[in-house]
Ligand binder design. Structure first.
Ligand code: CA
Length: 378
């Protein structure tokens, strides 16, 4: 087939088709690279591995990297294949950052606040208490200078970050007693990552970070007293309704948590530009798609939890939320004062939040209030 029409087409208007055709030629039976037109490099295929912090095929979080892999393979016509591994299959959940940084795998998927022990400022790129909603963090990262700051933070670790999904506003979490004041937090051992965990600690609680796949057992065995994870869709999937009675909202600590893809920079540099474009485009598609999945699924799951599992839905008292807000501001300010990287990111975060809040007050916020009131169920 080396002399087929596809391989020899020279019409400049067919350039894209020609490139695609050549890719197919090399992958199939069109002949050896030396038989093609001069100056066209042989097509090289890439086979990557991606480790994740989620159980394999876990609804929402764990399916985002699977969809990314599928999109990349389809868009690249098989030139780049990314095999996804669940937590513990190649490396433990909390080993993802180091594995991608060290180059034993090319990609990772997880949440930036899991690495706060290595990169405290990274937490802003997952989300911080009383911070951005999903739309706002997307705007900050993609259009407000956030991504460049994130890249600067990860470059010393030979990593390139990309947004990898968003959970939307989370729930405060699952408890086996009512929370009526901060007194009820004291001594409570709760799974609680990121800055939110530090706020919880300052409020008298005991935060621990445990990978998602271990949380049910930790609750069941009493290793922890309470758990925050994501929201109804994901929490139902883990079965927390079987080990806790009260389900509290709102998730003041995670108002719109962004997930992340990490890419080893040496591996990234080996990709030709069109495959780099495919990776960034697929990541962007998945970043939005996951948020859509949560938006579509959370309410159904919440109704299921209440109607079929006797879960007691509770709103955290407003004065308790306000105390958490005051502590949150203190924690962020202190952290910025102690770490120049945190300060740099915090300054950008704070400026962007002030700007976006100003408009949202008269746009989304005002509209949602009007819609709630007009429903007569405020
Ligand atoms: Ca969470």
């Amino acid at each position: 087939m080396a002399g087929s029409g596809v391989c020899k087409t020279g019409d400049i208007g067919m350039k894209h088709f020609l490139i695609s055709g050549l890719a197919l030629c090399f992958l199939s039976s069109c002949g050896a690279p030396e038989e093609t037109a001069a100056g066209v490099a042989p097509v090289k295929n890439y086979s990557w591995s991606m480790v994740t912090t989620w159980p394999k095929n876990y609804p929402g979080l764990g399916m985002a990297p699977e969809r990314f892999s599928q999109l990349v393979e389809e868009m690249s016509q098989g030139q780049l294949k990314v095999t996804v591994y669940g937590a513990g299959e190649l490396v433990p959940a909390m080993g993802v950052f180091d594995a991608v940084s060290g180059g034993s795998v090319e990609m990772g998927h997880g949440g930036a606040y899991y690495w706060k022990g290595k990169v405290p400022a990274a937490q802003f790129f997952a989300g911080v208490p009383f911070g951005f909603t999903a739309d706002e963090i997307n705007a900050w990262v993609n259009r407000g200078g956030g991504l460049e700051l994130w890249e600067d933070l990860y470059r010393p670790f030979n990593l390139k970050p990309l947004p990898g999904g968003n959970t939307g506003t989370q729930m405060f979490g699952w408890f086996n007693k009512e929370i009526n004041s901060l007194e009820d937090i004291k001594g409570l051992k709760m799974r609680f990552p990121g800055f939110g965990g530090e706020v919880f600690k300052r409020a008298g609680g005991i935060p621990v970070n445990i990978p998602g796949g271990e949380l049910y057992t930790a609750m069941q065995t009493g290793t922890i007293d309470a758990v925050e994870w994501v929201g109804p869709y994901n929490d139902l999937a883990f079965g927390f309704q079987q080990v806790a009675k009260y389900y509290y909202y709102p998730g003041w600590h995670e108002p719109g948590s962004m997930l992340e893809f990490t890419i080893n920079i040496d591996a990234w540099d080996t990709l030709p530009p069109h495959l780099q474009a495919i990776v960034t485009t697929a990541a962007k598609a998945v970043n939005q798609d996951l948020l859509d999945e949560y938006t579509a699924s959370n309410n159904r799951a919440l109704q299921d939890l209440i109607e079929n599992h006797d879960v007691q839905l509770r709103e955290l008292p407003k004065d308790v939320i306000n105390e958490f807000r005051i502590i949150s501001e203190e924690i962020l300010e202190t952290s910025a004062a102690n770490d120049p990287d945190v300060k740099k990111v915090y300054d950008s975060f704070k400026t962007f939040l002030a700007e976006v809040k100003g408009f949202h007050a008269i746009a989304e916020d005002a509209f949602v209030e009007a819609r709630t009131n007009s429903d007569g169920d405020s």
